[in-house]
Design a protein around this ligand. Sequence first.
Ligand code: FES
Ligand code: FES
Length: 141
Amino acid sequence: AQQRRGYHEKVLDHYNNPRNVGSMQKTDQDVGTGLVGAPACGDVMKLQIRVNKDSGRIDDVVFKTFGCGSAIASSSYLTELVRGMTLDEAGKIKNTDVAKELCLPPVKLHCSMLAEDAIKSAIANYYTKNPNTRATNLSGT
Ligand code: FES
Ligand code: FES
């Protein structure tokens, strides 16, 4: 179809069936919330992670994206990627990892940047709420 031109099928798959759309209680102690915007276009992405205190891993992750198809696909893919990761692992994800998986064209790279910004922001928010967790992680336990 005409409007599909230029979108890779993986983008369309995530766009048509976005994974893990939803919202968590922002005030929960074990939830980190990232809310970021793309200056280039004004699109907005909210990403939330629930962290298991004992394992230090992301137990659950949800998103809401008000943006283009590539931004929605990027956040959907990101939620699949980070589930089960430690915060350190998730913090190392690069937008290029997302862009490569979804075959985003150069003009859509900032859409995947939104996903990288969102997970980093969610992790930072979690550490702000749980400063002791960070100390534990750094000491390698
Ligand atoms: Fe607004 Fe992407 S430019 S939807
Ligand atoms: Fe702006 Fe995709 S996030 S065009």
